[in-house]
Design a protein around this ligand. Structure first.
Ligand code: ME8
Length: 526
């Protein structure tokens, strides 16, 4: 298995404030990368903002700002949100930064010299919000953009084109020999049927009708069309083409690094088809995986600023804490499938997993260790009962499966499995009846029971720490452990919490009052 891991989110448009959809994708990436780090992988996590293009120029003009002022402000808000959500990105790239713009110009020149790019005229159906030209067939009789379903109009422009068919055989060969390149597989089939089989047109990569972009050195009347500018962020941020490309060498050029792009279904085409072609033109290797996540809607309607139905994560974080929001996003939606945000789902998920399951388990266990053992975690005696051994087996099985699921980017499934372990520990209390063991003076039975619970809680929490970034250290501390004592090499160890002294704090996740909180969330969903 590759021991280095490079993961990216899309770079978001700072054309409007971030909403729960952006937070969903970034949280998923953060959970994946934190779990990899915990397991000892060397990781690099990139996010950022995609700051050029006609849409941004127009939005800035509407509020009487220069495009740069406009993107500076919104980009800062994205950064603020990621801080509030405890996102552990290593870098935040902005496409207006010089470290990006100068290298994009070099990339264009290199592809031009290769003969991958030519100057021509483009006339076609154009979608302004998507900044994409479409063919007659793609827009259909209704003349709607096949991506966003908004009306398109005819536009003609002198543009540079990228020769897509030159590298198509390489792409097809790679897709065949790397069945995991695109997940879910349905997204690959969609690309084949919608775009590749009908015949790929060359890709327009420059524009002259607006100037908020990176000028082409060879012909500065043109700015580089936003997708060539945007996609290359994944390598410019690593220092590709600059005087210090050590990160690029480490996390991209090295075959021992796994490269994963996580993107929404709306932009899969650019990542699956064109990005590998640009890389081929530059003589660089393809990413290992493009993971296409589903899009979230709000109560069954597409989230959009113009319809006035978006949810900002800020008030949710403020009221429920960052872990509740992270947990909901990472656990609720099966990765790859579309999802629905509703206030009911949020409240139910938080109550079910956090308040009733983990919160309750930690609270009950600490109370009993205080009561029966004066606050010191006992060790397993010589004679572990079948009950304890079964929990130990379940722990080991859970960790093994969790690792496989996380490696396969099945975040929700991996977290569900870890949470299930804690659910089984709650059942274990009912079956063990520690209160009866105490009444009967069965000290060994009681020691085994408490030792099993303490170790399952701590080891299970290690699996959940990637999502529950604030609560996990609090749980460790309540069992008298520091973060440094909870390293992944101990995750299968069934006796390492012994002899630590517990101290119970306020409940981690108070139960939410369903009706009140549903009303609150409904009031902020706009
Ligand atoms: O497309 N549900 O930026 P963007 C889930 N700049 N995820 C959502 C979502 C929703 N309702 N809405 C947005 C761009 N997203 C380009 C990307 S990359 C080189 C350039 C997430 O601000 C999802 O990951 O429109 C989607 O792909 C991304 O935000 C689009 O962000």
């Amino acid at each position: 298995m590759k021991k280095k891991f490079y993961i990216t989110t899309p770079i978001y448009y700072p054309s409007a404030d971030a909403h729960i959809g952006h937070a969903y994708c970034t949280t998923i990436c953060d959970v994946i990368v934190r779990s990899k780090r915990k397991r000892g992988f060397e990781t690099y996590f990139l996010t950022g903002t995609d700051e050029h293009g006609e849409k941004i120029q127009k939005n800035a003009a509407k509020v009487n700002k220069t495009p740069q002022q406009f993107v500076d402000e919104i980009s800062d808000k994205f950064k603020e949100l990621w801080k509030a959500m405890r996102i552990s990105n290593d870098d935040f790239i902005r496409t207006t930064e010089e470290r990006h713009t100068t290298v994009v110009q070099k990339i264009f020149s290199k592809l031009y010299e290769n003969g991958d790019i030519y100057l021509g005229d483009y006339e076609g159906w154009y979608c302004t919000p998507c900044e994409s030209f479409w063919t007659e067939t793609q827009v259909g009789l209704e003349r709607l953009c096949p991506d966003c379903h908004r009306p398109v109009h005819v536009a003609k422009e002198e543009t540079y084109f990228f020769k897509t068919n030159k590298y198509l055989p390489d792409l097809l060969e790679y897709m065949d020999s790397h069945p995991n390149f695109v997940t879910p597989i349905s997204r690959k089939n969609e690309m084949m049927n919608t775009f590749i089989k009908p015949g790929l047109t060359d890709l327009c990569i420059s524009r002259t009708s607006f100037d908020w972009g990176i000028p082409i050195k060879e012909n500065p009347r043109h700015v580089i069309y936003v997708w060539m500018d945007a996609l290359t962020n994944y390598i410019t941020a690593l220092g590709y083409g600059s005087s210090d490309d050590s990160l690029f060498q480490k996390f991209w050029a090295d075959e021992n690094s796994e490269i994963v792009h996580v993107v929404g279904a709306d932009i899969s085409r650019f990542h699956i088809i064109y990005w590998p072609m640009f890389l081929k033109g530059l003589g660089l290797r393809f990413p290992d995986r493009v993971f296409v996540h589903g899009l979230l809607d709000l109560n069954g309607e597409k989230m959009s600023k113009s319809r006035g139905n978006v949810v900002s994560p800020f008030p949710l974080i403020e009221r429920y804490g960052v872990d509740a929001v992270r947990w909901f996003l990472a656990r609720e939606f099966s990765f790859g499938a579309d999802g629905r945000f509703t206030p009911e789902l949020f409240v139910e998920r938080v109550n079910l997993d956090l308040a009733n399951n983990i919160g309750n388990l930690v609270n009950r266990t600490l109370t009993m260790i205080e009561k029966y053992f004066d606050g010191t975690v006992p060790s397993h005696g010589k004679n572990m009962r079948d009950l304890d051994k079964n929990m130990q087996d379940l722990l080991v099985k859970t960790v093994d499966e969790y690792e496989l699921l996380m490696d396969d980017l099945k975040v929700s499934e991996a977290l569900a499995l870890a949470m299930n372990l804690l659910g089984e520990a709650n059942k274990f209390i009912e079956v063990s009846e520690p209160w009866t063991l105490f009444k009967n003076g069965d000290i060994e039975g009681l020691e085994n029971t408490m030792a099993t619970l303490a170790n399952v809680i701590i080891n299970g929490t290690m699996l959940l720490e990637c999502a529950l970034v604030e609560s996990a250290p609090k749980i460790y501390a309540q069992f008298g452990l520091t973060n440094d004592e909870c390293t992944f090499d101990k995750v299968r160890d069934f006796n390492h919490v012994a002899h630590h002294h517990v101290h119970k704090d306020a409940p981690l996740f108070p139960r939410l009052k369903k009706e009140d909180e549903i009303n609150f969330i409904a009031s902020i969903a706009k």
